[in-house]
Design a binder for this molecule. Sequence first.
Ligand SMILES: [Zn+2]
Length: 298
Amino acid sequence: MRDTGGAAFHSADLGIIGGSGLYSLEGLSDITEVELKTPYGDPSGPLILGTVGDRRIAFVPRHGRGHVISPSKIPARANIYALKALGVSEVISVSAVGSLRGDFTPGDMVILDQLIDRTRGVRPASFFGDGMVAHVSLADPYCGRLRPVLERVAAAVHPTVHEAGTYCCIEGPQFSTRAESELYRSWGMDVIGMTALPEARLAREAELCYVGLALVTDYDCWHPRHDSVDAQSVAEVMAANISAAQKVLLGFTQETHPSQCNCHRALDNAIMTDRQAWQGASLGHVPTLLRDRVAPVL
Ligand SMILES: [Zn+2]
């Protein structure tokens, strides 16, 4: 881990990326704050490491402490790289979303299963491409092994959990126009937000098991009652969401789950570049990203 200052002295196995409203994690003991440097710059802020039971957790507040980083500026590569460098193998991504469906109501939870990318391509979305080209599959961006576990835990602490949902990721920071919102609804998308991408792409490239817990905060602007929702009621829903999410995250750390899935093999046959031609910055990053199986043969 020559290129990740400090990571060699700390470790974690479960990463949690907190979205709007979720800036810390309850129930942690042995808490340490770690400032990591990565080849992709600094993560969103110091990572909070702590212990729950026998699990070591690394928490990243996606928008930084005090919510100072806009969606387009989130250093997703640094966040994912830092988690990987700490030894994390599983990541739960928590995000506040708007609903594009009448039956996904504010306060509901959604265990995401699909993504649509409506960002504008300005967010660096790959660890590869600088001397090394890789094409990983993103057909199922969320881990099929951990999704049922997350759903089971969520259903135990929350009355309304949707077992699947397609997340439409827009660039922001403005919300959608009414026409856009209706377009996304006509395309069959379920919830809308600004942060799931490129995070999910990068987690797959880093061969991490990645799941998304979406917290419905409001109806997007398509809903006829949208204008009647005042800021206080949105804030109340959000506070209740975060309280419930804390319980889900704590419950997840105490779950045992099956160990077989393909996320950790995402780079099998994905690197197209001849090994003799590996060069440049990408090669320099390989030992941490792929250290479990590529590094020994370099
Ligand atoms: Zn997995």
